[in-house]
Design a protein around this ligand. Structure first.
Ligand SMILES: *[C@@H]1O[C@H](CO)[C@@H](O)[C@H](O)[C@H]1NC(C)=O
Ligand SMILES: *[C@@H]1O[C@H](CO)[C@@H](O)[C@H](O)[C@H]1NC(C)=O
Ligand SMILES: *[C@@H]1O[C@H](CO)[C@@H](O)[C@H](O)[C@H]1NC(C)=O
Ligand SMILES: *[C@@H]1O[C@H](CO)[C@@H](O)[C@H](O)[C@H]1NC(C)=O
Ligand SMILES: *[C@@H]1O[C@H](CO)[C@@H](O)[C@H](O)[C@H]1NC(C)=O
Length: 747
C-alpha cells in the first residue's frame, strides 16, 4: 500500500518535472492538431466548460501551463469539445479518458472550385415575400468576402433582423459590414504562417467566397459582365436576404476541420437560417467529418446546410458531403457555352472552348507543337504538355504553341517565354470554359490531331485564335467534373440530392487577384465566370432561403424535401449515370415554395438511420454528445430506415433479383382537403407497387403513411443505374420521388 503511494507520488512529481522540462525532449516529436469531443453537460456556462477543457488537458499533461499552451479552442455553444495541439501518444491517452467521446485528428479540406437564375425559372420579377426575405440570414463558410463589391450594397435594407447575434470583425484590409453583409469573421486556429498573399481578416484574396456569396444573396447589379461576355443583371437567389461570412479557407493549407467546426458553432449561435458551404468533404464516416458534424448540430437547431457534391466526376462513387442531413448539390450546365475559334494557315477553322478575352493584333502567327520547341531530347515529352522549364524560349517566342493538357497554367508558361498563346488539347473538361491569361482555346483530341497533321504538312505552319463568343447549346446536362454517386458513406441513401447550375457562372469577384491567379496575368474584373459544384451549391443555398421566406417554420428536412420533390426531372439519355449524376433533378425554386406534400425527418430519425447503416453507437459522440446503444433504439422500418424523398436499392446478387420495401410518411402542407393519387414509372426489369395508391387529406399538417415495394428482375445486361419513380399527384401538385436500383456489376 505504502509502496504504491510512493509510486504514485513519484509519477506525479516526474510528470511535473516532465512538464517544465519537456520542450527539448518532446519537441522532436511531431505535434498535430486534434479535436476532442466530450460528453454533453446540461446548462453549463461557456467559462465553466472552458475551465473543464483546461482541467482535462492538465490531467493529461501534468500542469496547467502546458495545458493552456496546448489548448487551441473551446467549443462551448453547440457542442462540448476542444481543439488542442498534441503528440500522438497524448491523443491516444485522451481517447481512453472518462467523459471523452471521440478524438479526431484535424485535417485540411479543399474548395470545390446571371443567366443561371432565369434558366431555372426564378425570374427577376418572381413573386417574393420581401418583408420576410429581409429577415433571412445566409451563413457562408468560404474564403472571405469583398465588402466593396456592388453585389453587397445594402441599398434599401434596414438594420439586421433582431434575432442576429453575430459580429463583424473590422480588421486588416477589411472595411467592415453594412446592412447586407451583416457579419464577417475569420478562423485560423492553427496559427500556421499564412501564405504571403493571405490576410488575417475576413477579406477575400481568392475570389471564391465573394463569388459564392453573391450567388446566394447578392443584390441586383445591372450590366454585370466579364469583358463583354455573359452580360446581364447579376443577382443572388434572395437579393434582399442578409449575408454572414465565416472565412475558414486559406491559400496555403486549405480549410481545416477545427476552423470549420468553430465557424459552424458561430453561425448557429449567431442566428443564420441557412448555411452554404462549397468546401470538399472527405468520404469518411459522419462522426469524424467536420462538415457532417457541424451540419448535424445546425440541423438540431433548425438550420439547413447546403454543400457541394465535389468535382471528382465523372467516376462513380466520388460524391462527398453525403450525410443524410446535408443537402448535396451536383453541378449542371446552362444553355450557353463560351467558344473561342482558331483559324489555321490553310484556312481551316477550329472550334474550342474557353474564355479568351484577347482580340488578335495580327492576321496570323507562327504555330508550333510544344514537343518541337523542347529544350533538348530529354525534355521532349514534358514539352508536349508545355510544362515549365521544358521548352526553349527561342523556339516559342512570337508563336502560338499547341500543347496537350496535363495541368492548368500552360498559357502562363508559353507567355512567360515570349509566346503568343496556346491551343490546348484535352480529353477532359471540354464542357468547362477556363479563363486564359494569353490567347488560348481548348480542343478535343480529334481536333488536336487535325492541327498536328496541318503542322506536319507545311514548313511554315501558322494560326490565329479569336476572342471568345457566347453560343447556345442544348441543356441541362451534368458537368463532367461533378461528382457522382453511389454514396460511398451510406448504402441506402441516394446522393447527390439535386442539380443546380455550376458551369461558367458569372458572379462578383475580388480586386485582390487577377482573373486566373497565374504568374504574369494582369486581367482584373469586378465579375468573373467560375465553374464547379462550388458554384452550384449557393444556387441551392439561395433557393432554400427563398423557400424559407415563404415557410419560416419549416424544418431543414421539409425545405430540402420541397426542393427535391419539385425538381425538374433530367434525362438519363443525356447523363448516363442518371440519378447518380443529378439526384432528383434540376432545382426549380418557384415550384418548391408550394410542394403539396413533404417528407419530414427529425434528429432522432437520423440516428436510427445511422444504426441501420451499422454505425457503432459508440461513435455518435461528436453528433449528440453521448454514445448510444443502437440495439436499445426502436429500429426504423423498411429497406433504408429513413423518410427520405428519394429511394435507393442496392442489388449485389448475380441473379439480379431482390425485393425492397420502403416505408414513407408524407405531411400535407398544401390545401387542407386534398386527394393524391400515385403514378408509378418503372422501366423493364423493375416492378414497383405502392399501397395505398391514394392518399386523402382533410387538414393541413396531417400525415399519411404508405409502402413502396420494388421487385427487380434485371438481366445481366442491365445498366448500372436503373431508374423509376413514384409521383403523387393532386389537381394542384406533383410530388416526385426517384427510385433508383444500383446494379452492382462485380464478378
Ligand atoms: C493591406 O493593408 C496594408 C496596410 O494598409 C497595405 O500595406 C497592403 O497593401 C494592403 N494589402 C492589400 C492586398 O490590399
Ligand atoms: C447598361 O448598358 C446599357 C447599354 O450598354 C445602357 O443603355 C444602360 O444605361 C446601362 N445601365 C446601367 C444601369 O448602367
Ligand atoms: C471535337 O470537337 C469538334 C469541334 O467542336 C466537334 O465537331 C467534334 O464532334 C468533337 N469530336 C469529338 C469526338 O467529340
Ligand atoms: C446494448 O444493449 C443490448 C441489449 O440491451 C445489450 O445486450 C448490449 O450488451 C448493449 N451493448 C453495449 C455496448 O452496451
Ligand atoms: C384519384 O383516383 C380516384 C379513384 O380512382 C379518382 O376518382 C380521382 O379522380 C383521382 N384523382 C386524380 C386527381 O387523379
Amino acid at each position: 500500500m505504502r509502496n504504491l503511494f510512493i509510486n504514485v507520488l513519484q509519477i506525479y512529481s516526474l510528470a511535473f518535472i516532465f512538464c517544465t522540462n519537456s520542450v527539448p525532449v518532446l519537441g522532436e516529436l511531431q505535434k498535430e492538431f486534434y479535436i476532442v469531443f466530450l460528453e454533453d453537460h446540461l446548462i453549463e456556462q461557456d467559462l465553466l466548460l472552458h475551465q473543464r477543457h483546461i482541467n482535462i488537458l492538465t490531467s493529461l499533461k501534468g500542469c496547467e501551463n502546458d495545458a493552456r499552451e496546448s489548448l487551441v479552442y473551446s467549443y462551448t455553444k453547440s457542442f462540448n469539445a476542444f481543439a488542442a495541439e498534441l503528440h500522438e501518444h497524448e491523443a491516444n491517452r485522451l481517447s481512453g479518458m472518462d467523459g471523452v467521446l471521440s478524438v479526431i485528428q484535424n485535417k485540411y479540406h479543399q474548395l470545390h472550385t446571371t443567366k443561371s437564375w432565369d434558366f431555372i425559372g426564378l425570374a427577376r420579377n418572381t413573386k417574393r415575400r420581401l418583408k420576410v426575405e429581409r429577415d433571412i440570414i445566409v451563413g457562408v463558410l468560404d474564403t472571405g468576402i469583398t465588402p466593396e463589391a456592388e453585389s453587397f450594397s445594402d441599398h434599401g435594407l434596414g438594420p439586421p433582423p433582431v434575432k442576429w447575434k453575430g459580429s463583424c470583425l473590422k480588421a486588416a484590409n477589411f472595411s467592415g459590414c453594412n446592412n447586407k453583409l451583416i457579419g464577417a469573421q475569420y478562423f485560423k486556429l492553427d496559427k500556421r504562417t499564412p501564405d504571403p498573399e493571405d490576410i488575417l481578416s475576413p477579406i477575400d484574396v481568392d475570389g471564391h467566397g465573394t463569388h459564392t456569396s453573391s450567388t446566394v444573396a447578392g443584390a441586383l447589379v445591372p450590366n454585370a459582365t466579364l469583358s463583354g461576355l455573359a452580360k446581364g443583371t447579376a443577382r443572388g437567389a434572395v437579393p434582399s436576404a442578409r449575408i454572414a461570412m465565416y472565412k475558414v479557407c486559406w491559400q496555403n493549407y486549405g480549410c481545416s476541420d477545427m476552423d470549420i467546426l468553430a465557424a459552424f458553432e458561430a453561425a448557429i449561435h449567431d442566428g443564420v437560417d441557412v448555411v452554404s458551404i462549397s468546401i470538399g468533404g472527405f468520404s469518411e464516416d459522419y462522426a469524424t467529418n467536420s462538415i457532417a458534424v457541424g451540419s448535424f448540430h445546425a440541423v438540431r437547431k433548425g438550420i439547413l446546410t447546403v454543400a457541394s457534391a465535389g468535382n471528382n466526376g465523372p467516376s462513380l462513387g466520388s460524391v462527398t458531403n453525403h450525410a443524410p442531413w446535408i443537402f448535396t448539390v451536383a453541378a449542371s450546365g446552362i444553355s450557353r457555352q463560351f467558344q473561342s475559334k482558331a483559324v489555321l494557315g490553310n484556312g481551316q477553322t477550329i472550334l474550342g472552348v474557353g474564355v479568351n478575352l484577347f482580340e488578335p493584333k495580327h492576321k496570323l502567327y507562327p504555330l508550333t507543337i510544344g514537343a518541337d520547341a523542347a529544350k533538348n531530347e530529354e525534355s521532349k515529352e514534358d514539352a508536349g504538355f508545355c510544362i515549365e522549364d521544358s521548352m526553349d524560349a527561342n523556339k516559342v517566342k512570337g508563336k502560338v504553341v499547341h500543347c496537350k493538357l496535363l495541368s492548368w497554367g500552360v498559357d502562363s508558361v508559353v507567355k512567360g517565354l515570349g509566346g503568343i498563346g496556346t491551343i490546348i488539347q484535352s480529353e477532359m473538361l471540354l464542357d468547362t470554359a477556363m479563363i486564359f491569361m494569353a490567347p488560348s482555346t481548348m480542343v478535343n483530341s480529334t481536333t488536336g490531331e487535325i492541327i498536328n497533321k496541318y503542322i506536319r504538312s507545311t514548313k511554315t505552319p501558322s494560326g490565329i485564335i479569336y476572342k471568345s463568343v457566347e453560343t447556345k447549346i442544348p441543356a441541362p446536362f451534368i458537368a463532367s467534373f461533378s461528382s457522382r454517386g453511389p454514396n460511398p458513406g451510406a448504402k441506402h441513401l441516394l446522393k447527390p440530392d439535386i442539380a443546380a447550375p455550376g458551369l461558367d457562372i458569372l458572379a462578383a469577384y475580388t480586386p485582390l487577384k487577377s482573373l486566373t491567379g497565374l504568374k504574369g496575368d494582369t486581367q482584373h474584373s469586378k465579375f468573373t465566370l467560375m465553374s464547379g459544384t462550388s458554384m452550384a451549391c449557393p444556387h441551392v443555398g439561395g433557393a432554400a432561403a427563398y423557400v424559407k421566406s415563404f415557410h419560416p417554420d419549416w424544418s431543414p428536412a421539409a425545405i430540402k424535401s420541397a426542393i427535391m420533390t419539385t425538381a425538374t426531372p433530367m434525362s438519363s439519355k443525356v447523363d448516363h449515370e442518371a440519378e447518380f449524376a443529378y439526384g432528383s433533378g434540376q432545382l426549380n425554386p418557384r415550384r418548391a415554395t408550394s410542394p403539396g406534400l413533404i417528407y419530414d425527418i427529425n434528429e432522432m430519425a437520423y440516428i436510427q438511420f445511422l444504426c441501420h447503416e451499422d454505425y457503432p453507437g459508440a461513435s455518435f459522440g461528436p453528433l449528440i454528445g453521448k454514445s448510444i446503444n443502437c440495439s436499445k433504439l426502436i429500429p426504423a422500418s423498411g429497406e433504408d430506415a429513413i423518410n427520405y424523398p428519394t429511394m435507393q436499392l442496392i442489388l449485389v446478387s448475380k441473379t439480379g433479383q431482390k425485393n425492397g420495401v420502403f416505408r414513407r410518411t408524407v405531411t400535407n402542407v398544401g390545401p387542407a382537403m386534398a386527394v393524391y393519387n400515385a403514378t408509378i414509372r418503372a422501366p423493364k426489369g423493375l416492378e414497383i407497387s405502392v399501397a395505398p395508391t391514394s392518399l386523402s387529406f382533410t387538414r393541413v399538417s396531417q400525415k399519411k403513411s404508405f409502402k413502396v415495394v420494388v421487385k427487380t428482375k434485371l438481366t445481366s445486361s442491365a445498366k448500372i443505374v436503373v431508374s423509376g419513380s413514384l409521383i403523387w399527384k393532386s389537381p394542384r401538385h406533383v410530388v416526385r420521388s426517384p427510385i433508383v436500383v444500383y446494379n452492382v456489376q462485380e464478378n
